[in-house]
Ligand binder design. Structure first.
Ligand code: PMP
Length: 368
């Protein structure tokens, strides 16, 4: 009799469904017989500017080193980050994307005796990471699509080890204020780690999003995660990190694979971190694109969830899958969010002006 390998997998893994990424450009080009250049991908909250040229140069210059292992401690990147963020290098844990750090947190602090809390509609990697280690995931109903922080604090149980917060949240773009965050943190016992996922933090610079790093001195159980995948334009290089008190960083570093940050990624991230002009442009183009898309959605009679990220989630007021398919046929890839329990919404990443325009035009034709 042949083995059922799914049955052999550990229970937590058996209960998971694979992460559904945005459709790759090449796949749609093959399926629709369209040239790759004609496809607009607004599905993965990537930086539409392309990678920072400074990072591309640094990575290209480091190619000759590829026969060597990378620096397992990522010394240069940690130094650069510590200086930029005004923290100590010992507070940093680097990951193969911030996804890696989120998984490290779950693996370090949770097992089948523990529970973790996250919001309805919160980033899907939280439940995946929690289920993988066989822990209980407690989902707290959302408030206007965002985190209900009061209810999340009230949901903490004796065996709760982690609360995941996303500010802003993906896929809803919702955010909470510093006041709300402080009230929440004051209610959480120190034995419960609060993971504050700030993957889209840079897009909010100048606005009123709280900066979790400023609160680390007051809350020893706070861990802030950030990434180079969004405003820093390096999603393909896979660099993310957490900032925490050094004791938590020490725990995470025990489990971290020694070479989880590849050599090219380390050089690219150091260069990107210093590229203020690129960052400025990323933020500007995002703000302008957001306003343009919002106006376009309003003209189409659509409503949306106000977003603090580089994407916007729009209510199609009907089953969103045929709209998604219609957009694909027009060469425009967006993201369905039915897997989040939002079957009538589509998440659209902010693109270049021309990409945003094509997306709106295609949407108008599909909805007509
Ligand atoms: N957190 C949030 C809220 C995200 O949206 C994402 C990317 N989709 C991540 C974390 C992980 O990104 P990365 O692993 O590329 O850093």
């Amino acid at each position: 009799m042949s083995c059922d390998f799914l049955e052999l997998a550990v229970p937590g893994v058996r209960s998971m469904s694979p992460y559904q990424p945005g459709k790759p450009i090449e796949e749609l080009a093959r399926e629709q017989g369209l040239p790759v250049e004609d496809i607009v991908k607004l599905a993965s909250n990537e930086n539409p500017l392309g990678p920072p040229p400074s990072a591309v140069k640094a990575m290209t210059d480091s190619l000759a080193e590829l026969a060597r292992y990378p620096d397992g401690s990522s010394y240069l990147l940690k130094q650069a980050l510590a200086e930029k963020l005004n923290v100590a290098p010992e507070q940093l844990t680097l990951g193969n994307g911030s996804n890696d750090v989120l998984v490290l947190l779950a693996e370090s602090f949770l097992d089948s005796d523990g529970s973790a809390i996250y919001s309805q509609y919160a980033f899907v990697v939280y439940p995946l990471a929690v289920k993988a280690v066989g822990a209980e995931g407690i989902v707290v109903p959302a408030l206007n699509y965002g985190h209900d922080l009061e209810a999340m604090a009230a949901a903490i149980k004796e065996n709760t080890r982690i609360v995941f917060l996303a500010n802003p949240n993906n896929p809803t773009g919702t955010s909470f204020s510093e006041q709300q965050l402080l009230e929440f943190l004051d209610k959480v016992p120190e034995r419960v780690i609060v993971v504050l996922d700030e993957a889209y933090f840079e897009y909010g610079i100048g606005g009123d999003l709280p900066n979790g790093i400023n609160l680390l001195d007051r809350y020893r159980n706070l861990v802030v995660t950030r990434t180079f995948s969004k405003a820093y334009g390096l999603a393909g290089a896979r660099v993310g990190y957490s900032i925490s008190n050094p004791e938590i960083a020490d725990v995470l570093n025990r489990l971290r694979q020694p070479f989880n940050l590849n050599l090219l990624a380390q050089f690219g991230a150091v260069a990107a971190l210093q590229d203020d002009a690129y960052m400025q442009k990323s933020i500007e183009i995002n703000q302008q694109g957001m306003e343009f898309l919002e106006q376009g959605f309003a003209d189409l009679g659509l409503s949306w969830i106000s977003s603090s990220g580089n994407f916007i989630t729009v209510d199609m007021k009907r089953d969103a899958m045929p709209v998604y398919e219609g957009l694909l046929a027009e060469g425009v890839i967006v993201r369905p969010v039915g897997n989040y329990g939002m079957p009538e919404h589509l998440r659209i990443s902010i693109g270049l002006p021309e990409e945003n325009r094509r997306c709106l035009e295609a949407l108008a034709r599909v909805l007509a």
